[in-house]
Ligand binder design. Structure first.
Ligand SMILES: *Cc1c(COP(=O)(O)O)cnc(C)c1O
Length: 354
């Protein structure tokens, strides 16, 4: 039986997507070749890339200023590509978690960075708010969902400054205005597909202004012109991402999946708040719908027992991030409600037998 996989990334994908991806590796479109051995210049693969771009555009309701790119190097390479492509004089960053702080460090190698707000001193337990955005910065970089700490932006800043958003762990999990971002990006391995591809959504109007002579692979304009085929794309990761986007469309798109994601998160947070053995970590108003972090109040007494119980319940991947400890249940789009219910049942059972 397939386990309920709460890993933060690479993470769970819908069973039908795994089946279809596996089948395509064995024999793609019943044509006697594997998906991973056909040319990326073949008609078959060009159709995959076209649909992967157009379906993402449709699901995010993007306007024609925005282009969807499938690149490599993970979200991590975007930490560099973004300042290379957009930073002329100064950029503003919000330090809301460990990936946000890495993004800052990388950008500082390229230009002048102003950190407008940070929740680091409070162990990143909330989303910084109420900061003033200088009007003279080239862009503001934010992280919509902090994967390690379990916080998520509910209300995005209103500003004329172009917003760049790391959406690695909550892209396409909710219905928001994706057109509001100059750039949004996500490593696929959390909520989109397998590791190896990164989705980058770029508003073309903000490109070509820095005067930098960019290395080709780091230049968004090159990838836009070549329709994400400037070099050999990661064919398996792109195809599996497409399968997952098709699955998402069947769930009712972002509106449909948001409803399901809210039900799942509420079920788990309610149990964390109700069950006297557990406690949440973050400010309630900032709690993530994707990564639910919690602690046992008495680890010494209950940890071994709880860990055995969830393992016996067919659950994997709920350990907290290595520097944070406790527990983290990543309940991305593909996690079924039954999986969350299984975890909640174990928490209830622990309380009963405590
Ligand atoms: C995982 C993650 C990253 C890093 O992604 P890679 O694809 O491994 O480079 C960056 N930002 C956030 C918010 C993440 O969750």
């Amino acid at each position: 039986m397939k386990k309920y996989n709460f890993s933060a990334g690479p993470s769970t994908l819908p069973e039908e997507v795994i089946q279809q991806a596996a089948q395509a590796v064995l024999d793609f479109n019943n044509n006697g070749t594997s998906l991973i051995e056909i040319s990326h210049r073949s008609k078959d693969f060009i159709a995959i890339m076209d649909e992967a771009r157009s379906l993402a555009k449709k699901l995010m309701k993007l306007d024609d200023h925005h282009e969807v790119l499938y690149l490599q190097g993970g979200a991590s390479l975007q930490f560099t590509m973004i300042p290379y492509n957009l930073l002329k004089s100064k950029a503003a960053y919000i330090d809301s978690g460990n990936f946000a702080s890495v993004a800052i460090k990388e950008a500082e190698k390229i230009g002048k960075i102003e950190v407008l707000a940070s929740s680091k001193q409070d162990k990143y337990t909330y989303i910084p708010k109420g900061y003033t955005i200088p009007s003279d910065v080239d862009y503001l970089h934010i992280t919509s969902n902090n994967t390690v700490y379990g916080t998520e932006i509910k209300t995005f800043p209103e500003t004329d400054v172009p917003i760049v958003c790391d959406m690695s762990s909550d892209i396409l999990s909710r219905s928001i205005d994706y057109n509001k971002f100059a750039i949004s990006y996500a490593g696929a391995q959390k909520n989109l597909g397998p590791a190896g591809v990164t989705m980058v959504v770029v508003d073309k109007r903000y490109l070509g202004i820095t005067g930098r002579n960019l290395p080709s692979y780091l230049d968004y304009e090159v990838h836009i012109a070549k329709e994400s085929m400037a070099n050999t794309p990661p064919v398996f990761a792109v195809y599996t991402t497409l399968l997952n986007l098709r699955w998402l469309e069947k769930q009712g798109g972002t509106e449909g999946i948001e409803k399901k994601n809210k039900v799942k998160a509420e079920l788990l947070y309610n149990e964390i708040d109700r069950n006297p053995l557990f406690r949440g970590v973050c400010e309630k108003e900032d709690r993530s719908l994707m990564n639910v972090c919690f602690f046992l109040n008495d680890e010494e007494k209950y940890k071994a027992k709880f860990d055995q119980m969830w393992k016996d319940a067919n659950i994997v991947g709920v350990g907290g991030y290595r520097t944070v400890g406790g527990y983290r249940a990543s309940i991305y789009n593909a996690m079924p409600l039954e999986g969350v219910q299984a975890l909640v049942n174990v928490m209830k059972e622990l309380e009963k037998t405590a």
